[in-house]
Design a protein around this ligand. Structure first.
Ligand code: SF4
Length: 292
């Protein structure tokens, strides 16, 4: 665990996930990566969505916020703009992020704020007992739809800068991906999107199936994650072969949201001194000047 200084107001609780849930690996790796990257608890804002995975912010020492269903990304962007010095991590599941939160995901890909988003994809709604989610395959519980691939969605938008997929059954690789995601956002390069295949052992146990089908692009010498066209073609090809690509899938450059809209001549809102009397008007004026 990261050492002092700690947060003053929060003591993490033990996870309540089912034994064997993939989310345990994600929590363990996130804690390790925060330590690797020197992110102290008082400098971390972890925001989570609704679902089993969304309880992660109760289990890690940090400042946290449990967002409305599907709304974790706008809340995380708000936190980053209010205090650009914070490390902001959003986390949630595929139901939360790819169904009700899908519009926010598209706009976050487009605007490229320097926040990390971890999606624990278990291809079902585990919290509510296994209904089909946006990533469930056709035929799962009579699902008539095709499962979506959020990495391909990200690849299709020219402003994306970091797209990766890990697997809870490969924590060593996941740690490298998590470190890279935190480094990307920590150096202000924009949005780091990290999907983690995180099986729900209780309602849809995909662990063995996914272990057999993952294809590690980090070990593919012919693959170049800086080439968007190549990445899109390779991911599509692998999907058509029934494989699931994991690894660093795309890394590019694009101006971050905060570099485009924040006025650095002003202190960010979270660092402003708020007086007792009449700060409302000043604050309104300040917010207008801060956000261009
Ligand atoms: S229901 Fe599934 S996703 Fe939820 S904690 Fe249990 S194993 Fe994990």
């Amino acid at each position: 665990m990261t050492t002092q200084p700690h947060t003053k107001t929060f003591t993490p609780s033990r996870p309540i996930w089912c034994a064997g849930c993939g989310d345990f690996a994600v929590k363990g790796v996130l804690e390790k990566s925060l330590q690797n990257m020197g992110v102290a608890p008082h400098n971390l804002m972890l925001l989570a969505g609704i679902g089993c995975s969304g309880t992660i912010q109760n289990n890690i020492e940090c400042y946290g916020y449990h967002a409305l269903h599907g709304r974790v990304l706008p809340a995380a962007i708000g936190a980053k703009l209010a205090n650009p010095d914070l490390t902001v991590v959003a986390a949630g599941g595929d139901g939360d992020g790819y169904a009700i939160g899908a519009g926010h995901l598209v706009h976050t890909f487009k605007s490229n704020p320097s926040i990390t988003y971890i999606v624990m994809n278990n291809s079902n709604y585990g919290l509510t007992k296994g209904q089909a989610s946006p990533t469930s395959p056709t035929g799962y519980r009579d699902n008539a739809e095709e499962g979506m691939d959020a990495i391909m969605l990200g690849l299709s938008l020219p402003s994306t800068t970091f797209l990766a997929r890990g697997f809870s059954g490969n924590p060593e690789q996941l740690e490298k991906l998590m470190d890279a995601a935190l480094e990307h956002t920590g150096s202000g390069k924009g949005f780091a999107f990290l999907e983690v295949l995180s099986p729900c052992v209780t309602y849809y146990d995909t662990h063995r199936d996914w272990r057999a089908r993952v294809y590690n692009l980090d070990e593919d010498e012919g693959f170049d994650p800086s080439n968007r066209t190549l990445a899109f073609g390779r991911v599509l090809e692998l999907r058509e072969e029934g494989r699931i690509p994991i690894g660093r899938i795309y890394k590019g450059e694009h101006a971050s949201l905060e570099s485009l809209i924040v006025n650095r001549d002003e202190l960010p809102p979270a660092q402003q001194k708020i007086g007792k009397n009449g700060h409302g008007k000043h604050y309104e004026k300040f917010i207008k000047s801060y956000l261009g």
